[in-house]
Ligand binder design. Structure first.
Ligand code: CA
Length: 220
């Protein structure tokens, strides 16, 4: 389960990131609203944890922008604003849950689990099929010609990022940040190595190289 944490309070963000990683969750962290919208679109995380008081824009406008673009990612709002009116407007705009600061870590984890359950029960429809490759974002299963294919986690995350954005080029930077989210130290050719392994498993032509930019897969 991949989480995008949007929080400009760095000490809180670092603490949360460590705690969530201990729970086996993959966490990306950004501090600004614009970065949050971009990252949701490019990395397709599973859950968004969103602070409302961000340096560049109001978190409520982040929710508005995402929902306007039909991005249905579950959103858990974290904020010091605890008035009923703020809660209502956040939920009305399309947030899924709301937690007022300060909060207990155990409560945050419990609420993430609720969102996870909601995602996994709807995972039957989370299958992306392109050509001979199908990828289930709920069970993380990948099939080639209906045969289950075992991928390393990093390979799965790269394939998922590419397939969820089929028809669009994924830059090296955005794919490398997918790898970084695993906490790996990335050597300069790590991305090429993972793509090479992926191509061996799913077929050489599925992932196209866009020289000097990144990679893409064609739409179904
Ligand atoms: Ca803040």
């Amino acid at each position: 389960m991949q989480i995008l944490l949007v929080e400009d309070d760095l000490s809180l963000a670092i603490g949360l990131q460590q705690a969530l990683k201990k729970e086996g969750l993959i966490v990306n962290h950004v501090t600004k609203g614009e970065e949050a919208i971009y990252t949701v679109k490019t990395l397709s995380p599973d859950i968004l944890i969103l602070d409302l008081g961000l340096p560049d824009m109001d978190g409520l406008d982040v929710i508005k922008a995402l929902r306007k673009q039909n991005l249905s990612i579950p959103i858990l709002v974290l904020t010091a604003r605890s008035s009923v009116a703020d809660k209502v407007s956040g939920l009305d705009l399309g947030a899924d849950d709301y937690l007022a600061k300060p909060f207990e870590l155990s409560e945050l984890l419990a609420r993430i689990r609720v969102l996870e359950r909601r995602i996994s029960t709807s995972s039957v429809s989370n299958i992306i099929t392109i050509g001979t490759v199908s990828l289930d974002t709920g069970s993380m299963l990948v099939k080639i010609n209906d045969q289950e294919t075992l991928l390393a986690k990093t390979e799965y995350m790269l394939l998922k990022a590419l397939m969820q954005n089929a028809g669009r080029v994924q830059t090296r930077d955005s794919l490398e940040s997918t790898l970084h989210s695993w906490g790996d130290e990335i050597s300069s050719n790590a991305l090429e190595v993972h793509i090479h392994h992926l191509r061996k498993k799913i077929g050489a032509d599925f992932i196209k190289t866009i020289r000097g930019v990144g990679y893409t897969v064609n739409k179904a």
